[in-house]
Design a protein around this ligand. Structure first.
Ligand code: SIN
Length: 491
């Protein structure tokens, strides 16, 4: 099915550097494909080191004027960007679902989610207040001023091609930083469209630059940014190994880093939980975007006394999920992003079964639909020895493990190098705060499966990274503090 947009010019296939769309030279592009069919949707630039450097040159040149622009002016531009994103929700939603595979309703929802970050940071732009510090000695005035860190390199993932760009770029621009961005190779079209709308909203030339690159060429682009001391910050969402590589390689130029990395979220159902609510929460958290989110529950611990009842309720819901192409309005789960993703999911299920897990529903590829579809799956009798308990499955698989003791389940939940999100269901007020305090994660959902919001700080601890996105803290990540002391003021 052709991709029809009411504004066809939003389907951009060029880099955007210094306010110019730069089409690739012949032979220097790569294909973007539909994960449902493998069909080519478009070809975009396969950028190289020279393109990456040109983007930094532009961002560096634009920084002095942008940082001096009144915060209110930056806020107004961001508000216009927000308005344009919402005005083009349908086109952006179509781009997202076509290149990423999420059902169209979810694609539209992601556009609204992305816009919520742009609107939030438009408002925060005018609130980057500093401090007046009471001086400890006479004759001085002391201040803490907040300044933009400088040029920011944003390296964004494929699973939320609009929202992750928005929650990195909007605070950067609000703070007065300029940006070079490399979107995920699977999903560059949404990002290019967002940049086109930012330009339309009045973001000045050079302030926001974007270059696309294939998986093979991405290291060449990113290496330029890592080595360049003019790039003062890297913001990255993706895997923990890549995040650690970026941190190591940023050391030479001591860049500031925000790393939103892998997760291995526990979801705990205590014996006093409202089981229907817990099933609803798990459906929302686990099956959003087909299980391809960093915060989605990877391990589901259910108290032995309610396990079978919970499993039956869950299986009824999961087995009823409609899997199909993003273009089918009835689809609730689309294709996985690519063949590597489906292979990993299949390997996790096979490994779990080989180690004693039982498939309660699903457990197989849905090859009749296409190469990248996997049936929504519930496994029982999962344990910590299984790959699905140690690695992020990033797919629609819910492995259930029985437990019988609170301390035991908290220890199991924390027994992972990751620490992004955790969820639990309980109606006991004392337990609620005991467990929330004990979970070693950056985000905790109590009787709630849908946690992310523009007003909330999103980010992890341990191997899930550092830095926060969204909320007032999301702006801090793009600012540094300058202490200014004026002396000689004795009367
Ligand atoms: C992610 O998966 O990285 C983001 C999920 C979210 O924003 O809820």
């Amino acid at each position: 099915m052709p991709l029809t947009l009411s504004r066809p010019d939003l389907q951009r296939t060029a880099n955007f550097i210094a306010g110019q769309w730069l089409a690739p030279e012949p032979g220097r592009s790569f294909d973007v494909t539909d994960p449902a069919t493998g069909a080519v949707i478009a070809a975009v630039p396969d950028s190289n080191a020279a393109d990456a450097r040109a983007a930094v040159d532009a961002a560096h040149a634009a920084f002095p004027a942008w940082r001096r622009a009144p915060a209110k002016q930056r806020a107004q531009i961001l508000k216009r960007w927000n308005d344009l994103v919402l005005a083009h929700q349908e086109d952006l939603g179509r781009l997202i679902s076509r290149e990423q595979g999420k059902p169209l309703a979810e694609g539209r929802g992601e556009v609204a989610y992305a816009a919520s970050y742009i609107e939030w940071f438009a408002e925060e732009a005018t609130r980057a207040n500093g401090e007046v510090i009471p001086a400890p000695v006479p004759g001085r005035r002391m201040f803490a001023l907040r300044e933009p860190v400088g040029v920011v390199a944003a390296i964004t993932p494929w699973n939320f091609p609009a929202a992750m760009i928005a929650r990195k770029i909007a605070p950067a621009l609000a703070a007065g930083c300029t940006v070079v961005c490399k979107p995920a190779e699977d999903t560059p079209l949404t990002s290019l469209a967002l940049v086109a709308l930012a330009h339309e909203a009045g973001v000045p030339p050079g302030v926001l630059n974007i270059v696309s690159a294939s998986r093979e060429r991405t290291p060449e682009v990113v290496d330029v940014w890592l080595a360049d001391a003019r790039v003062r910050k890297i913001t990255f969402t993706g895997s923990t190994p890549v995040g650690k590589h970026l941190a190591r390689r940023s050391a030479d130029t001591l860049k500031k880093l925000s790393l939103e990395l892998g997760g291995n979220a526990p979801f705990i159902v205590f014996e006093d939980a409202d089981l229907e609510a817990a099933v609803e929460g798990l459906m929302a958290a686990k099956f959003r975007n087909g299980g391809q989110t960093c915060v989605c529950p990877n391990r589901v611990f259910v108290h032995a006394s309610v396990h079978d009842r919970f499993a039956a309720l869950l299986v009824a819901r999961v087995a009823a999920l409609k899997v199909g192409p993003a273009t089918d309005p009835a689809s609730q789960i689309g294709p996985m992003i690519n063949d590597r993703a489906v292979e990993k999911i299949e390997r996790h299920v096979q490994d779990a079964v080989a180690r004693g897990a039982r498939v309660l529903t699903g457990g197989v590829r849905l090859t009749a639909l296409g190469a990248n579809y996997f049936a929504p799956t519930v496994l029982a009798d999962a344990d910590a020895s299984m790959a699905c308990a140690c690695e992020e499955t990033f797919g629609p698989v819910a492995p259930l493990t029985r437990f019988s003791d609170e301390a035991e389940v908290i220890a199991a939940a924390n027994d992972t190098p990751f620490g992004l999100a955790a969820y639990f269901y309980s109606r006991d007020a004392r337990r609620i705060w005991r467990v929330a305090d004990a979970l070693e994660t950056g985000i905790v959902g109590i009787n709630e499966g849908a946690l992310a919001a523009e007003a909330a700080p999103f980010g992890g601890v341990k191997d899930s990274g550092y830095g926060r996105e969204g909320s007032v803290h999301g702006l801090d990540d793009y600012l540094h503090t300058k202490y200014v002391c004026q002396g000689g003021l004795d009367a």
